[in-house]
Design a protein around this ligand. Structure first.
Ligand code: MN
Ligand code: MN
Length: 266
């Protein structure tokens, strides 16, 4: 049985603009257990009383801790028995330590990264571990064999150069049509920044960048991932910026759809 586990990382020390994503795991879990939605996934899986779906709780990071080391070693332990993690951030900086751990188990990993931003800065405001930098670190450390980015709609020259330098495959939002999907070969890791979705659907983010995916489009993209999805993170939901819980509800819906996918494919 393929087991998938929910993991919270309430950590936003590397947010380059506004804090708040540290509050996201608790808010998303609250929606999931609120009774406002049932536990059925669109692919026919159901998370309720499902032995393949467990909650591992949160990784707590103290101010004196090295967050990279703390997350990586916790993730190493959770991956040891083949569990697939669905991690709730937290800001996007947590993806680097998660992928450090994943790369040890899956040396031929493809990453699908959905985001308004490419997060390829060499350094941002003097911080090389900023939420604007994780994919520069991931590519430098060769933690995947292929990085495909979708939803990107705010590039500057530095990021274009970084993408070329690292051989990143980028499908900019301006070039994407509904139904377009890159062909990916497994194992696949999905890193989903909530700001990849249009702020009309997901206002609860620190960096609102109009012109993104609709809720339906993002769900369809998740469903269209072929090959085994072995891990995922959902990051950058900022409850402090949300309107009437609408981003929280969407994040909970995405948890269900990603979880359904994690437990569905061998
Ligand atoms: Mn972003
Ligand atoms: Mn991001």
């Amino acid at each position: 049985m393929t087991k998938a586990a929910l993991l919270g990382i309430p950590f936003d020390d590397n947010s380059s603009f506004e804090r708040g994503p540290a509050k996201a795991p608790a808010v998303i879990r609250k929606v999931l257990s609120s009774g406002s939605l049932n536990s059925g996934c669109e692919n026919g899986q159901n998370l309720k009383d499902n032995p393949a779906w467990v909650d591992c709780g949160d990784i707590l990071i103290n101010p004196q801790d090295d967050f990279v080391q703390t997350i990586e070693s916790a993730c190493d332990k959770l991956l040891a028995d083949g569990t697939r993690l669905l991690t709730l951030g937290g800001d996007h900086s947590i993806s680097y330590p998660l992928l450090k751990s994943y790369a040890k188990v899956y040396p031929n990993l493809t990453i699908l990264h959905i985001d308004a931003h490419s997060d390829l800065y060499d350094s941002f405001k003097g911080n090389r571990l900023s939420n604007a930098c994780p994919f520069a670190r991931i590519m430098e450390d060769k933690l995947c064999v292929r990085l495909v980015q979708m939803g990107i709609r705010t590039l500057n020259q530095h990021q274009v150069e970084q993408a070329q330098r690292f051989g990143v495959q980028m499908i900019e939002m301006k070039d994407w049509q509904p139904g377009d999907m890159p062909s990916l070969e497994g194992p696949i890791y999905l890193s989903l920044d909530i700001d990849g979705i249009d702020p009309a659907f997901a206002p609860g983010v620190s960096h609102r960048e109009p012109g993104g995916f609709t809720s339906r489009e993002i769900i369809n993209i998740i469903h269209q991932i072929k090959g085994p999805l072995v891990g995922a993170d959902i990051v950058e939901f900022n409850p402090l910026k949300d309107i009437d819980n609408m981003t929280a509800q969407l994040a909970a819906k995405l948890v269900k759809e990603v979880a359904g996918k994690l437990i569905d494919t061998e």
